[in-house]
Every structure is written in structure tokens, then in C-alpha cells.
Design a protein around this ligand. Structure first.
Ligand SMILES: [Zn+2]
Length: 468
């Protein structure tokens, strides 16, 4: 073989290797193509479907119920005719029968969150006779239930063919007929948040009017969970989405005990536990020192996991309480964002988590915090604050609950979009609403109106429950 021939052969071999590698890379790329969304979203570092740190420095608001009552309400203008059918008459109550986790079992596992404390708060109120009873007892109305039903119909109509949702509504079947898309990029966060109101109303992939919707959404989350040595990464951007998507998986598993969801939910919880900062908090990225809003979603995920019978290491919960200690003021009646403070939104998060981790109802720190929120009243635009504060006041069930509930419930019923394609949705222009858009706002408002039955009471005695 001549020198040239050897040279040519070498060149051929190099070329062969290069092209083979190229073909393999392209083949891999083609195989990966359906999940390309993962790749772009993994590097999406835009934070927060809810609150950015700079937003949380906002001082305490003045009462949102003064003077310009209608100014912030959803602006109603002409909208194109709806192309997706929404129910003319809303369903007042959801499914009336279901295989359910026995009360005793759920409350026993709930107590694991803080050994022996009177922690309840399970999912058993979401369906059947108990749902009707909880609704009536808490102050829900046929109008509030109709609003929930319309919200679910709107959410279902904006699910993508992939089974997921997006905050910017860009892939929703309505094709820009709805205004106010959000800017947050995480589809796992959007999908988790959109699923929660269905689950809250007792609609699962096995039961109810939205089985296919819920099934497709859960499947989307399972498909988009990135396996890691530390558990299932559902962030697509930040830990906000991890917390929210994990709550949806845990609730769905807890409500159905469907074995096919168990490992997905457990691995998502494992990731949250791994991502906790050594001082007990969570923030945008795993291992960062915490902020109260990201912390709140993770703690609620751990709580949902406990209700569902999944494994939550108690040191993680105990360390979470230490984080709350680090941002509390007034001996624990008020909470800040990164440091001790007293803003309404973070105070509502802190108090709700305190309730779940075992503070008793007669704890004076709790009653002072509840009094603070009651004086503050519901916000006309901040549904993040309303979501947590409404849960705190409902669980506390004190003399201020009826007044809060009347304002909150009627305001949401009054401001829900009633015409055109936006019918059934909400949008309020605050810092969270702008980021999460109409999808976020609608999910939060629906869950506020589900407060009566979404979680069983934390403070009722067993004897009272048995009498019902
Ligand atoms: Zn739309």
C-alpha cells in the first residue's frame, strides 16, 4: 500500500468515524426531539410563578376594600364567541360516591407530620356527602360552587394536547382568545397548578367529570420528571414548580392510592428533601438559603405527601420549622420573606405551616397572627396572599371567619369573567398575576373557593367529627 493509499485510507476512516458519530448524534437528537421542551426549560431561569424577592419588600398594604372597589376587578370587554363549550349550568356538587381513604388512616398519617399533635387536614372532604356538609358548614354557596365548576371548565378548555398547561397560554386550544398570558416558563409548574383545583374539587383520574383531563395532566408531569440520583426533578426552572407539581402528584396519589403514581410522587418528594438548605429553607434553586414563599410550596408538598401515606423524613419537617423561626417576628405571630418581618402574604404562609406542624389552636401566637390577617382583610388583587390567608382563617374558624369568607367569596363570585372565551376565569393585575397570568389567577381563585372542603379541619375534635 502506497503512502498515498494509506493516507487515503486513514482519511476515509477518520471520515467514517466522524460521520458515524454525527449520525448517532442526529439520531439521538431526533429521539430526544419530542422532549426538546425539557432542554429549553431546564435552562429557563426566570423565577417564580408568584413572588420575586424585590416584590416582597412591598410594605403592608392599606385595606384593599376601601374606595376604588371596582377598579381592580376584571375588565370585561367584548370577546369573540367561545369555541369551546362551557357548561350552561354549573354542577353544584361533584361526584357523590368514591372509594376513599378511610378518615382514620389519613388522620393517623397526618399526625406523623408532628408526632401526636392534633393535626388533621386530609382530603376526605372533597367528595360525596362530606363535601356538601363541609361546604354548608364553612359558608360556601351554590354561587361559589358554580364559580368553581366554571373555573374547572375554563381550565380544562386550556389544556394542551400534550396534557400539560402553560402560563402564557400559547399552546392552549383557544389560540389567544383569552388575554393575560403569564411570563413564567415552567410547564410543570403550570400543569401542577392547573391540576390542583380539579383535585381540590374531588376530580381525579379515576373519578368525576374530568378523568381524562386529570389523567393527561398527571401523565404529563410523570413524563416531564427528570430522574436524578436525588429524586425526580420537576423544576423546569425553579423550585416553585417542583413544589407545586409535587403537591399535585401527592394529592392524586393520596386520593386514589393508585400505585402507578406512588413512586413518581415519592421521588418528587425525595428531590424536595434533598434540595432543602441546611438552615431549613428552600429557594429558587436546590440548596439555596430559603425564602418564605418557595418554602411554603415545599412544606405543603411534604404535608400532602404525609396525608397520602408517603415517606417524609421528620428531620426535614423539623428543620423547616427552624427556617420559620428565622423569619418570624412578634414571637411567631408574623413572618417575613428572608428575614424576620411582618408582611401579610408571608405571615399567612408562616401561620398555615405552623398550624400543620402542630401549633395548637389556643396558642396566643397563632391568635395574634390570625387577628393581624383579619384586620388586613382579603386583597382585591393578591390571590397568593388570599389563598394562604383564607386557609389560615378557615382552619382557625374563629369569629372573624364569617366576615372574611363573605367578603372573599362574594368578591370572587362577582369578579369571575362571565362572557366570551374568558368565561370562568379570573385575572387581577398584581405582581403575581402578571407572572402567572390568567391560568395562575384562575387556579388560585378556584382553590380559594374550594377552601370549605379541600382540606379537612385541623382543629376539630374527633368527637365533633363523629357526630357529623
Ligand atoms: Zn382562552
Amino acid at each position: 500500500m502506497s503512502h498515498d493509499a494509506i493516507h487515503e485510507t486513514t482519511g476515509f476512516l477518520v471520515s467514517l468515524v466522524v460521520h458515524t458519530v454525527l449520525v448517532l448524534v442526529l439520531a439521538w437528537w431526533a429521539v430526544r426531539a419530542p422532549t426538546l421542551g425539557d432542554l429549553t426549560l431546564v435552562v429557563d431561569t426566570r423565577p417564580s410563578p408568584t413572588v420575586a424577592p424585590e416584590d416582597m419588600t412591598v410594605a403592608m398594604r392599606v385595606s384593599p376594600w376601601s374606595a376604588d372597589a371596582d377598579q381592580v376587578a376584571v375588565e370585561r370587554v367584548w370577546a369573540p364567541p367561545a369555541t369551546i363549550d362551557l357548561p350552561a349550568d354549573a354542577v353544584v356538587f361533584g361526584p357523590t360516591s368514591s372509594p376513599w381513604v378511610p378518615t382514620g388512616e389519613a388522620s393517623t398519617s397526618a399526625e406523623l407530620l408532628r408526632g401526636g399533635a392534633p393535626v388533621r387536614g386530609g382530603f376526605e372532604g372533597r367528595r360525596g356527602d362530606r363535601k356538601a356538609e363541609r361546604l354548608a358548614r364553612g359558608g360556601g354557596t351554590p354561587a361559589s360552587e358554580s364559580a368553581v365548576a366554571l373555573a374547572l371548565a375554563w381550565l380544562a378548555a386550556h389544556q394542551e394536547s400534550s396534557g400539560g398547561w402553560r402560563f402564557d397560554l400559547s399552546e392552549a386550544p383557544c389560540r389567544n382568545q383569552c388575554r393575560n398570558g403569564g411570563t413564567v416558563g415552567s410547564t410543570t409548574g403550570a400543569t401542577g397548578l392547573a391540576l390542583l383545583p380539579f383535585l381540590g374539587a374531588g376530580q381525579t383520574h379515576r373519578d368525576g367529570d374530568y378523568r381524562d383531563v386529570v389523567h393527561a395532566g398527571l401523565y404529563y408531569l410523570k413524563e416531564h420528571a427528570v430522574p436524578t440520583p436525588h429524586g425526580a426533578d420537576l423544576q423546569e426552572g425553579t423550585m416553585y414548580a417542583q413544589g407545586i407539581a409535587t403537591i399535585a402528584l401527592c394529592e392524586a396519589y393520596g386520593m386514589t392510592q393508585d400505585d402507578s403514581l406512588r413512586s413518581s410522587a415519592q421521588r418528587a418528594i425525595d428531590f424536595i428533601c434533598w434540595a432543602q438548605h441546611s438552615a431549613g429553607g428552600w429557594r429558587y434553586y436546590p440548596g439555596q438559603p430559603g425564602d418564605t414563599t418557595v418554602f411554603g410550596w415545599q412544606m405543603m408538598a411534604l404535608k400532602s405527601a404525609t396525608m397520602a401515606g408517603l415517606d417524609v423524613p421528620s428531620p426535614v419537617v423539623n428543620l423547616g420549622e427552624r427556617f420559620l423561626d428565622s423569619v418570624q417576628s412578634g414571637d411567631g405571630s408574623y413572618y417575613g420573606y428572608l428575614t424576620p418581618g411582618r408582611t401579610p402574604g408571608t405571615t399567612a404562609v408562616g401561620l398555615l405551616v405552623r398550624m400543620y406542624t402542630g401549633w395548637r389552636r389556643n396558642d396566643s401566637r397563632l391568635s395574634r397572627g390570625v387577628e393581624f390577617l383579619s384586620r388586613e382583610g382579603p386583597s382585591k388583587s393578591d390571590m397568593y396572599y388570599n389563598y394562604y390567608a383564607t386557609q389560615v382563617l378557615h382552619h382557625f374558624d374563629g369569629p372573624t371567619w364569617p366576615a372574611w369568607n363573605d367578603q372573599m367569596r362574594d368578591y370572587l363570585v362577582r369578579t369571575q369573567a362571565t362572557a366570551g372565551h374568558e368565561r370562568g376565569s379570573w385575572f387581577f393585575q398584581d405582581q403575581h398575576g402578571l407572572k402567572g397570568g390568567r391560568l395562575y389567577t384562575t387556579a388560585m381563585c378556584a382553590m380559594i373557593l374550594e377552601v370549605y372542603y379541600r382540606h379537612m379541619p385541623l382543629y376539630e375534635t374527633v368527637a365533633v367529627e363523629d357526630d357529623l
